[in-house]
Design a protein around this ligand. Structure first.
Ligand SMILES: *[C@@H]1O[C@H](CO)[C@@H](O)[C@H](O)[C@H]1NC(C)=O
Ligand SMILES: *[C@@H]1O[C@H](CO)[C@@H](O)[C@H](O)[C@H]1NC(C)=O
Ligand SMILES: *[C@@H]1O[C@H](CO)[C@@H](O)[C@H](O)[C@H]1NC(C)=O
Ligand SMILES: *[C@@H]1O[C@H](CO)[C@@H](O)[C@H](O)[C@H]1NC(C)=O
Ligand SMILES: [Cu+2]
Length: 418
């Protein structure tokens, strides 16, 4: 394993890979967390900020330990969520194999209500499609998605024997050339490839922005390469789908019926470019409060004189989305969803950790709605009185337990990002 300051390089990580190892300064936390970096990708500005923040995190955890509020979570025993390319190819394949395992386990959700739920994987899609408004309101966007992803990770580990943690995508690594990236090139250790060309797929309208569409990148049809080429998508589409006219209609009006079809994608450079590290750094470093962070993340108000004015939340959703990824309700039906929301969780975490005393428990006031799809509920009650209830996915927890890092939810939320 290649750790900070170490010259030992993991052979499988380096197989077929060229490039100089990056020298990263040693610091106290690196003796506590195993830092593994793929030398093909130099640290970007957000990675650098994250590294610079880690000594602060270390100090903050030490205070929690002293105050006995860490619920047994330490940097030494914290799970480490890693970037996709920092995993070895074997680890990437272990991940996609576990996701396919979930797709082959029976659903636990009520199949009278969701006849289209074919698997344990679909339990998560079914929840998101029926609770999307609530999951994306100003109170839930961060905390509820964190819990949702964590429960998915837990299912992979406990029900499918996965030994790692949920990977994230660092958009910056793939922005210039997503087509040939380890994430989306379609080979056996990728997350699957592009969709077949589908001329009827035009892209994703972005009313109110200039440009006002994330234009199709030339895909839009069925994914035929990689681990999800034989995936059966069933729930959806809903009326909010952006998948285009080639997607077969669901037999039920709300999209909950059985509608077996292929996974459709459009690997899209215009989307990935909207989530590059300079934008993520601006988001973290220039957002003095959570409202600024929330609004810039969602791209509100729409940035001007910007060729990719989507906001990182939208950009990340359309890295390859068509169906079900391009449907705000059923988007977790594409495994890429979890890579995006984990990446957002990381950005939020880095932002919180700049000033944990002030930033841990704040929730956005929700002043601006998220364009273009949803008129989201604006909630203004006391956040300490808000519960996140994911119903059939897991027990309800307090919203602020999901905001706590390294020890939240009675110690169950105990992870860091590298
Ligand atoms: C922390 O660890 C101690 C000793 O193993 C155990 O008794 C206690 O229940 C743990 N607390 C939590 C919150 O997990
Ligand atoms: C898959 O693609 C990645 C990125 O180009 C490459 O590093 C890796 O060796 C490829 N793996 C296989 C099994 O072809
Ligand atoms: C963040 O912004 C401050 C000014 O507000 C600046 O001094 C600092 O260099 C910035 N940090 C990074 C990593 O760009
Ligand atoms: C907390 O929530 C309950 C039930 O949702 C509500 O009745 C109560 O007024 C709330 N309390 C505060 C302080 O917001
Ligand atoms: Cu969501």
């Amino acid at each position: 394993m290649w750790t900070i300051g170490s010259a030992l390089l993991l052979p499988s990580l380096l197989a077929g890979v060229q490039g100089a190892a990056i020298e990263v300064p040693r610091s106290a936390y690196s003796s506590k967390i195993e830092v593994i970096r793929n030398p093909v990708y130099p640290l970007d500005v957000v990675d650098q900020l994250e590294e610079a923040t880690m000594p602060k995190v270390d100090e903050w955890v030490a205070q929690k330990i002293a105050a006995n509020t860490n619920n047994n979570c330490t940097l030494e025993n914290a799970a480490v969520r890693r970037e996709w390319s920092d995993l070895s190819e074997e680890q990437r394949i272990e991940y996609t194999t576990a996701v396919k395992c979930l797709m082959n386990l029976p659903p636990t959700v009520d199949t009278t209500r969701f006849p289209g739920a074919l698997s344990r994987y679909d339990d998560f899609v079914a929840f998101h499609m029926t609770h999307a408004m609530q999951l994306h309101d100003n109170f839930h966007l961060f905390g509820a998605h964190k819990y949702y992803v964590w429960l998915f990770e837990k299912a992979l580990r406990e029900e499918c024997g996965y030994t790692g943690y949920q990977p994230y995508m660092n958009y910056d690594r793939y922005a210039e050339d997503p087509f040939n990236s380890p994430l989306l090139n379609g080979n056996a250790s990728s997350l699957g490839g592009n969709g077949q060309p589908e001329p009827s797929y035009r892209g994703v309208p972005q009313p109110g922005r200039t440009p006002n569409i994330i234009k199709s990148g030339g895909g839009g049809g069925c994914v035929t390469e990689g681990p999800f080429s034989d995936m059966v998508v069933s729930l959806g589409p809903t009326s909010m789908s952006m998948g285009g006219s080639s997607v077969p209609k669901n037999p039920k009006a709300d999209g909950s019926g059985k509608n077996p079809r292929c996974l459709r994608r459009d690997v899209n450079r215009d989307a990935t470019m909207g989530a590059k590290a300079d934008r993520a750094l601006h988001l973290i470093n220039n957002s003095k409060d959570i409202d600024a962070f929330y609004n810039e993340l969602l791209g509100t108000p729409p940035p001007r004189n910007d060729p990719y004015p989507w906001g990182i939340h939208t950009a990340g959703h359309y890295v390859a989305a068509v169906d079900p990824g391009g449907d705000p309700m059923t988007s977790p039906g594409d495994p890429l969803f979890y890579f995006h929301h984990t990446a957002l969780d990381r950005l939020w975490w880095i932002w919180q950790m700049q000033d944990p005393e002030k930033r841990l428990n704040v929730v956005p006031s929700g002043g601006m709605p998220m364009p273009p799809m949803m008129n989201l509920e604006r909630r203004a009650e006391d956040p300490s009185n808000v519960t996140v209830d994911l119903e059939w996915l897991g027990p309800p927890i307090k919203l602020l337990e999901a905001h706590e890092q390294l020890g939240g939810n009675n110690g169950l939320f105990c992870y860091v990002y590298v």
